[in-house]
Ligand binder design. Structure first.
Ligand code: PEP
Ligand code: MG
Length: 873
């Protein structure tokens, strides 16, 4: 590659080399749009500059000067001329836009002589001396690092000397004096003469822009926004002929979108300022005028602008974000890039552009970042009101949507107040299955511990309730019922607002905006449905969740966590009774009652998903999760002076069942090995539900799935229970039932021996939450709230493996599980039902790994459908 390309000769597809701005300028030049002549110094030069110990490579300046000659020819102006000087701007521009993070220098080429030439050229000495003054200030600041205040001080005293308050009232005499003083400031700072030749100025300015790539602002911005070297590697420098939007009332400058960025309507949207420089619009120093007004004020320029918008959209096949300047009636384009739009605008423009035949359906689907669709399905905070509220803390965005309510730290209170119609935000260090009733009555949930696949996160997502977890800076005090962060203490009953899409907690009630599933959104979903190859199922544990998921386009349930059903208030008591049972007989009695309840639950869900498969997973959590924490219970007993035998028994049982490492403890299939009657009850409930629905001619398709299986022996142990129940029910109803029996693959050994499991299992489903936990040995409950942020900060991990499948580790293991399983059963159905099922990158991986379907919580179904379509394109 050459170090420097004139706009007309660059290959604008090379964004990495030319940066976004350079690529846009050269593309517009090729389209014969009115771009001021100029050239781009490549990002490669930037990298060489650093390799060279912060020195420009030798071939750069000669190439730059050659291009300055070309600019002279095109503009008819002369570099360093006392009559008709060529002035340039020197602008940064990386492959990814980093607004305001790097430096720009304007009016370069002015010195004691050319400023006179510029005065002749513009017939405006005041304007040219003011430009010169501005140049020295910017150059001093950017190139030499002079503190701006020093210049301001001189400017202020000049104004008071002349007796004016406005910069624009300074006369030539004052400006000349200011220029002298400004130069002195620079010279005192650098101990060298202020560079007067345009050549020297240009060399120094180019280096300064390269330096700003590694400036603190830019480095932090890249870190915060995940801009790694493969996305943008160094900045390019664009040297552009100066055009002036501040040459009087026939001059202007503005920024527009070719379509409305908020609602997607086909209209030019944006602002401009008369007699101003581009920086004034971007910096928001003066309030811009609606671009509609330009039609009246400068009709010819408006026409040129709208023609340019149309041409650029046609060319880029994307709405554009454009900067323009009008210099004494002459229209110029200074930048174009793909417009960043709201999710709603992306959807509308996608549908519109297909109708306009600008793009095809595939392109219309791929241009929408699937993740952004989430915003269309949940209440969001009213952007304009957020700034009126103080931010209390920030945690992990665990379940999207915005909600407000009074802060309540006690589970029981949350239930009571919620049921009494109060809006409640439940704030806890962490939550347990026994807290679930409070989830129903709360508007949102906030925990200081836990990660994306922690209990609170999964339950909230399943219910579509906003939730923030792992909010480590929030110190919760259960004694006083308060929480503290950011120097603010929130007491019980005080109003707070949470944004589960971002992870932010605010003081007070932030107004929210209703979501809308528009017709355009439905159109996009139907196109995606027709394009995708992966099946999409839902993680749903209630008929309502199943209905919602179906509305959104889910075709089946990939995971129904049956333990969730035990959490409903009418059965948690029974379930505890079952755990407390002292004899098999006693336990069976309670199980009978639970069986009836489960059967009716299954009927509800199977009906809601009629015609589609519903994967019912048998009990997974360890039993002690349904009992109170022994220490908390002991405290409560002491406080309330509770000496009853009954409570003491609960305490004893809770202590007996407690485990040091419950995630690897007595859970899933292991519980059923100890208490086979529990699974027997659940399996019977599934068969009974199927029998009843068959009678009613409902096309129910349940299948039974076993969690935590690590060996064929375990699976077969349960299979024989299943076989017994099946036989019994078939005899009872004199009918055959086809209910598939399958296993989760969430234990490492299960993946490694999937060929053995495939002998018995009729389907597999990867539990990628537990599998990730096992593969990394990272606790899914703690890692994200504790040390994973540091891994990300130190670039040891790009994203949390609990959010996006770790392709090289977990993905590798999945591939082994899939290959071995399908070696035994060619058409084996293999899904995934961990939280990754709703993550676009994980969906892409699943598509490539030939997974049969992904299963995600109802609110993520639309995202999953679009992501699956994108993976297939
Ligand atoms: C999993 O482990 O990925 C899974 C789906 O099961 P759970 O999250 O209920 O443990
Ligand atoms: Mg699991």
């Amino acid at each position: 590659n050459k170090p420097v390309y004139a706009f007309e000769e660059a290959d604008s597809k090379k964004r990495m080399l030319l940066g976004g701005k350079g690529a846009g300028l050269s593309e517009m030049t090729r389209l014969k749009l009115p771009v001021p002549p100029g050239f781009t110094i490549t990002t490669e030069v930037c990298n060489k500059y650093y390799e060279n110990g912060r020195k420009l490579p030798k071939d750069v300046m000669p190439a730059v000067m050659k291009n300055i000659l070309k600019m002279e020819k095109k503009t008819g102006k002369k570099w360093n001329s006392t009559k008709n000087p060529l002035l340039v701007s020197v602008r940064s521009g990386a492959a990814i836009s980093m607004p305001g993070m790097m430096d720009t220098i304007l009016n370069l080429g002015l010195n004691e002589k050319t400023v006179e030439g510029f005065a002749v050229q513009t017939k405006n000495p005041r304007f040219s001396w003011d430009s010169y003054r501005r140049f020295i200030q910017l150059f001093g600041k950017v190139v030499f690092g002079v503190n701006d205040e020093k210049f301001d001080h001189v400017l202020d005293s000049a104004k008071s000397k002349q007796g004016v308050t406005d910069d624009s009232k300074l006369n030539v005499e004052s400006l000349k004096k200011i220029v002298k003083e400004y130069k002195k400031i620079c010279e005192n700072h650098t101990k060298r003469k202020f560079p007067d030749t345009p050549n020297e100025q240009l060399g120094l300015a180019i280096e300064a822009v390269f330096r700003s790539w590694m400036g603190e602002r830019a480095v932090v911005y890249r870190e915060k926004n995940g801009i790694t070297k493969d996305i943008a590697n160094g900045t390019a420098v664009n040297v552009v002929t100066m055009v002036f939007g501040n040459m009087g009332d026939d001059s202007a400058t503005g920024v527009v979108f070719t379509r409305n960025g908020h609602n997607g309507k086909r209209e030019i949207e944006g602002e401009y300022l008369t007699n101003a420089q581009g920086e004034d619009v971007v910096a928001g120093v003066r309030t811009g005028k609606n671009v509609e007004l330009l039609k009246k004020e400068m009709p010819k320029s408006h026409k040129e602008l709208s023609n340019a918008c149309e041409k650029l959209e046609k060319h880029f096949r994307e709405p554009q974000d454009i900067e323009f300047t009008i210099e004494q009636g002459k229209f110029y384009l200074l930048q174009t890039r793909t417009a960043k739009m709201s999710a709603g605008a992306l959807v509308k423009t996608s549908v519109d552009m297909v109708k306009e035949k600008l793009i095809d359906k595939n392109r219309s689907l791929t241009r929408i970042p699937a993740q952004q669709l989430e915003a269309l399905l949940h209440r969001t905070m009213d952007e304009s009101k957020v700034k009126d509220h103080k931010q209390l803390a920030k945690g992990i965005a665990a379940s999207p949507g915005a909600a407000s309510g009074i802060a309540i730290f006690d589970v029981k209170k949350a239930i009571e107040l919620g049921e009494a119609g109060k809006k409640v935000i439940l704030i806890r260090k962490e939550t347990k299955p026994e807290d679930v009733p409070a989830f129903f009555s709360a508007e949102g949930i906030l925990t200081s511990l836990g990660g994306k696949s922690s209990h609170a996160a999964i339950v909230s997502r399943g219910m579509g309730k906003p939730c923030i977890v792992g909010c480590a800076e929030l110190k919760i005090n259960y004694e006083n019922n308060t929480c503290t962060a950011n120097g603010i203490t929130v007491k019980e009953n005080e109003m707070v607002s949470i944004d589960g899409s971002v992870g932010t907690v605010f003081i007070g009630e932030v107004p929210t905006v209703e979501p809308k599933v528009t017709k355009d959104f439905q159109t996009i979903l139907s196109w995606a449905q027709n394009t995708k190859q992966l099946g999409i199922r839902a993680n749903a544990d209630t008929p309502d969740a199943a209905k919602l998921a179906r509305q959104y386009g889910a075709q089946g349930i990939g995971l129904c966590r049956t333990e969730r059903m035990f959490n409903e208030s009418d059965r948690i008591g029974l379930f505890v009774e079952m755990i407390m049972a002292e004899s098999q007989e006693e336990r069976n009695k309670v199980l009978k009652k639970l069986q009836e309840l489960q059967k009716s639950d299954f009927i509800g869900i199977l009906k809601a998903m009629e015609g589609y498969k519903v994967t019912i997973r048998l009990l997974d959590p360890p039993l002690h999760e349904f009992l109170p924490n022994p220490e908390e219970l002991k405290d409560r007993m002491n406080k309330e002076n509770d000496k009853s035998k009954k409570t003491q028994r609960v305490l004893d049982r809770a202590r007996e069942l407690a485990e040091i490492n419950p995630m690897m403890g007595h859970r899933g299939v292991r519980v059923a090995i100890t208490y086979p009657e529990i699974y027997k009850m659940q399996i019977t409930a599934v068969f009974e539900a199927a029998a009843e629905l068959t009678k009613k001619k409902v096309n129910a398709k349940p299948q039974i799935m076993i969690p935590q299986v690590g060996s064929l022996a375990e699976l077969n142990y349960i299979k024989s229970i299943y076989d017994d129940v099946k036989k019994e029910i078939e005899q009872k109803y004199k009918k055959k039932f086809k209910i598939n029996f399958g296993t989760m693959l969430e234990v490492v050994r299960a993946c490694l021996t999937s060929d053995e499991l495939a002998d018995t299992a009729e389907f597999f489903s990867f539990g990628t939450n537990d599998l990730t936990q096992a593969v990394f040995s990272f606790s899914r409950e703690d890692a994200e709230g504790k040390f994973l942020p540091e891994y990300m900060e130190k670039e040891l991990l790009e994203t949390s493996p609990f959010q996006s499948i770790d392709v090289n580790g977990v993905g590798h293991l999945m591939k082994i599980g899939i290959r071995q399983g399908r070696d035994i059963k060619k058409d084996l159905e293999i899904g995934i039902c961990g939280e990754h099922g709703g993550d676009p990158n994980s969906i892409k991986f699943c598509h490539s790994a030939n997974v049969s379907y992904v299963s995600a919580s109802p609110h993520r179904i639309p995202i999953a459908i679009v992501a699956a379509a994108q993976a297939a394109i």
